[in-house]
Ligand binder design. Structure first.
Ligand SMILES: [Zn+2]
Length: 447
């Protein structure tokens, strides 16, 4: 099967699929990005009515941008709202990002924070466009001739092209507990080396079904062939991680990069690698336009350098808050690594303390009755006089009365976060799970 691969497959022991790109010196990498930029902008200007119009209104022509410095100074930002506004005004389901005749696959954002956006990818797939995911899978251990199990949420385009590009095959499953029996059987029979992907809620469902005796296979046998399990959606809670590791699955955290690409952990598990040869990423002040100091939390702003095949987004403010590093990783890769910390609209300030869902998460899952880590911050505005949290609760864990659980959560959250006593509302786990898309629940809701 290897001869079908679109990439030049290196020696199997090499942990990099494309060493010349993945370990490129950073100054060469910046020069490479600068060289690709004009062609990318010219393509977008002529193929994306939304960007053509946005740039024209800003008095900008693509051919006036010849360096990354020009780009950062002159190219306007866009975000989900500006694209949604274009979609509404023009009744253009693609938001003007691309014309339908140039679309190869249609996928969508997940819609956790509002109406999902359609993301139209174009034709063309090879080593120079969209190779990032293939590199991630190679690092995890997928090799030509392997099978990969897909369990994707929402409609995510032709992601199986990644398996084909590596000369691997794929078996497709829905991201839903109803698929567990079929997936378990296929895992034992086909011995896939990668599961792309699982999420916290799906792992919790698997653990529940295991405990209730609803699974026909032993999960340690099901996971035995997998070299890695890619984790998408939201951060992996401690309990879900422990369950997955107990079954023998090694989790690799994975995130979208401004909907132009993705980033995945390497086997060092020290940050999520992205492929800077196919995207230009800026980490900017969430409330402004200046870059933050490396290592500080900032908003990820993404530009594709391969708009012909990827979603054609230029200077897209993702609202994702991340820390980033350009220091080389222990694996030898030199590209930027990310540590996602939350969403821009999710931050609340209580008693002068900035609080993100991730800060509340570990506290909630440390209490036995809420160990599933299901909770929601009920937000009345960025600044709130009192933190309000809705917590999913399972009294069956210990038999403690709700009033005692609430007191426990109130006291721990107040003392760990250094704020006045929060308002805790206990609800059944199901109430929160029903609000999802299947792979995550909204961690912040407006009251
Ligand atoms: Zn690494």
């Amino acid at each position: 099967m290897g001869q079908l691969a679109k990439f030049e497959i290196p020696e199997s022991r090499d942990r990099m699929l494309d060493r010349s790109m993945e370990a490129m010196d950073r100054s060469d990498l910046l020069a490479y990005q600068e060289q690709r930029l004009p062609e990318a902008l010219a393509y977008v200007e002529s193929h994306s009515p939304f960007f053509a119009e946005t740039w024209k209104a800003a008095g900008l022509r693509a051919d006036e941008v010849s360096s990354l410095a020009d780009f950062c100074e002159r190219v306007p930002f866009v975000d989900k709202d500006t694209i949604r506004a274009y979609r509404g005004d023009r009744r253009d389901s693609l938001g003007g990002l691309r014309r339908m005749e140039h679309v190869a696959t249609l996928s969508s954002s997940t819609g956790t924070t509002g109406d999902p956006l359609v993301l139209p990818s174009g034709y063309g797939y090879g080593p120079t466009d969209g190779g990032g995911l293939a590199r991630d899978w190679w690092e995890i251990g997928v090799r030509p001739g392997d099978a990969v199990a897909f369990m994707l949420f929402t409609f995510r385009g032709a992601a199986w092209l990644t398996a084909h590009a590596l000369g691997a095959s794929c078996a497709l499953f829905d991201h839903h507990p109803a698929e567990f029996a079929r997936w378990s059987r296929a895992s034992v029979e086909l011995q896939p080396t990668l599961l792309y992907l699982l999420s916290g809620p799906l792992i919790m469902a698997m653990a529940y079904m295991e405990e209730a005796g609803l699974l026909s296979c032993d999960l340690t046998e099901v996971f035995a062939s997998y070299r890695g399990v890619v984790i998408g959606g939201e951060p992996l809670g401690a309990r879900a991680r422990a369950d997955l590791e107990r079954w023998g699955g090694e989790p690799f955290l994975h995130t979208a990069v401004g909907d132009v690409g993705s980033a995945t952990e390497c086997r060092e598990h020290d940050g999520l690698h992205l492929s800077e040869d196919s995207m230009f990423v800026e980490i900017l002040d969430p409330q402004g336009t200046e870059p933050v100091r490396e290592g500080d939390v900032g908003e990820l702003v993404a530009t594709t350098l391969v708009p012909r095949s990827a979603n054609p987004l230029i200077r897209f403010r993702s609202e994702d808050l991340v820390r980033a590093s350009t220091a080389p990783c222990r694996c030898g890769r030199t590209g930027m690594r990310l540590w996602p910390v939350g969403r821009k609209g999710d931050e609340v300030v209580v008693d002068g303390r900035s609080i993100l869902p991730m800060d509340v998460w570990q506290i909630v899952e440390a209490v036995p009755e809420s160990t599933a880590g299901y909770f929601q911050i009920v937000r009345t505005g960025r600044s709130m006089p009192q933190l309000k949290v809705r917590v999913g609760f399972d009294p069956g864990e210990t038999g403690r009365a709700a009033v005692a659980v609430r007191a426990d959560l109130t006291e721990t959250i107040a003392s760990v976060l250094g704020i006045a006593a929060p308002d805790i509302e206990l609800v059944d786990n199901e109430v929160l799970l029903r609000q999802g898309p299947p792979h995550k629940i909204p961690r912040v809701v407006s009251s």
